[in-house]
Design a binder for this molecule. Structure first.
Ligand code: FES
Length: 151
């Protein structure tokens, strides 16, 4: 049997075309074609902005992080996120980007007592609180934001 060929929705249809589900341009900025502009909710924003950065997004199931320190990383609209089970049993979601020079501090999934950036070794508690920043003592870097942003 021949594999079906994707086709766009006829102009008379009220449904959106298949390209809305597969187009990177639609995802990023709503698309540039007249067809895409016709259905755009916001003139300057794509699905990434109008949906994934404004609405609740399911990033993990509770049973995926059953024990203290269990974590998994996900990407939500281009933002790397860590979902982690804290020592208290609560589940916490926060930015996975180091406060120093924006390196990801974790990838994939696993179990950790702390998160340590591989670049300059800044170390964070499971809740994102900065514990140490080698060679930064005496600078005002540690006086600024000390916790990875919760999401
Ligand atoms: S980028 Fe993370 S410690 Fe420098």
């Amino acid at each position: 049997m021949a594999k079906p060929t994707p086709v766009d929705t006829p102009a008379s249809s009220r449904a959106v075309g298949i390209s809305y589900y597969t187009s990177e341009a639609v995802f990023r900025n709503g698309g540039s074609s007249a067809k895409h502009k016709k259905h755009r909710h916001n003139e300057s924003a794509g699905l990434q902005q109008t949906i994934f950065r404004r609405e609740w997004v399911c990033v993990a199931r509770e049973e995926q992080v059953p024990n203290s320190g269990d974590y998994r990383t996900v990407d939500v609209a281009g933002q790397p996120i860590i979902v982690v089970r804290l020592e208290s049993g609560a589940i916490h979601a926060m930015s996975a980007i180091c406060l120093h020079r924006s390196m990801p501090i974790a990838e994939g999934c696993g179990n950790a007592a702390t998160f340590q950036c591989p670049y300059h070794r800044w170390k964070y508690r499971l809740n994102g609180e900065l514990i140490s920043a080698p060679y930064m003592e005496g600078t005002d870097a540690l006086q600024q934001q000390k916790t990875l942003p919760a999401v």
